[in-house]
Design a protein around this ligand. Sequence first.
Ligand code: SF4
Length: 466
Amino acid sequence: MTTRNVICPGCGACCDDIRIDFIGNGNAKENENEDSHGLIIKNACKMGHAKFLQATSDQRIRVPLIRDHQDRGKSRKASWEEALEKAGRILAIARRPLIFLGSDITCEAMQAGLLLGEYLGGVVDSGTSISDGPTVMGIQEAGQVGATAGQSKIRSDLAVYWGANPLESMPRHMSRYAVYPRGHWTRRGRFDRTVITIDPRKSITAENSDLHIRLKPNTDYELMSALLTLLHGRSPHPSVENVTGISIDQMNEILEIMKGCNCGVIYLGSGIASCNGKHRNVELALHLAAELNEFTKFVIGPLSSNCNTGGFNQTASALYGFPFGLDFSRGYPRYNPGEYTTVNLLRERDIDAALLVSSNLDAHLPATCAEYLAKVPTVCIDVIPGPMTQFADVVLPGVIDAIECEGTLHRFDGVCIYSKSIMDSPFSFAASNEHILNQLFDVLLNLGVVSGQKQYQYNYRALPNC
Ligand code: SF4
């Protein structure tokens, strides 16, 4: 059987042209040389390919696991009901649990997680706080002159990658949306487009660009300030050349290209948000794009490489008014990045339990934070085993959202995409991560009455399915 136009949840590009061929019953390998596991995936990049293969992987977590502290902390298999109740008890007795919702889950699951966090009076955070948080904050400060990926694809003849390396983080971005497609001003595709990369590293994207501006690390703010000064018809202080490593002539050259294009797009990567200046860099970049509109059409947008990072920001903002790092300990949502965000909470040892949903936190946390996380009772909902599931007290098998269940994803440009499932969940006990979180909520509702450990004074909204 063949399924066409499948949406890939591998990264923020959400490519919607994937073709999946199912061989046999979906378990047999096609041949000995190809690790296809019953699936032949066409059009996807390596990352997307790996994402789809998770569904039939031998490595997959298929049964709930509970850490047995009386057996030297070894994990043992458990029934779904037992694992769910244990997870509920861990969260029920916690005074300030952290609910971390990874970027691989749908907006529906994120909503369920947010409601759970509100009910528990915990802190709900997402991948945004460890990757694109400064970008979101910069947009809140300065506003965004934005466009959808389709508009950029059709109109733009200049692509500027600032602190971004899409050829590795979002492999099909250039070929589907930004550089190679033909458009209104770019009848010959790549030949009619100019690509500038501004990055201290000589990345693979930089090598494939027409111009690589190799500024010194952590000097993005200074370079943008100098560009804005030149744009205003003044000369920046000559010391900016030493600070940034870029000559004023070269800055003028960049500006001439920018002012001379028909339509330009600046793609902001996590490089600009993670260096000195953080959200102030993003804020200045947004001002630069806005002011370039005095000369030509210019738009700007974040290139969030994780699949549904934007989905959490949108869902949390719609429900509570804040995009990430929401603290419900006082019964109403509070937002203070740097205080209620995952790394800060762990560094300050300010949580006493954690629920990690598709978190992949091991790739991002500083060692001291990971050490503390390993000490507190943790519930993990995940698809593939990793360091987080190794030390979790309860591991619940996760469903691969947008592959095994339908749901909403937000593409890197903020466009909402509804993905249909291409196969059913392999578990009889859980249809989706949203379903798992709702079941956990039901367990908590029961425990809340019995234990009396918490005072449920919160304004819980009884939405459908909760
Ligand atoms: S670029 Fe991203 S969305 Fe597209 S196929 Fe690759 S991983 Fe999937």
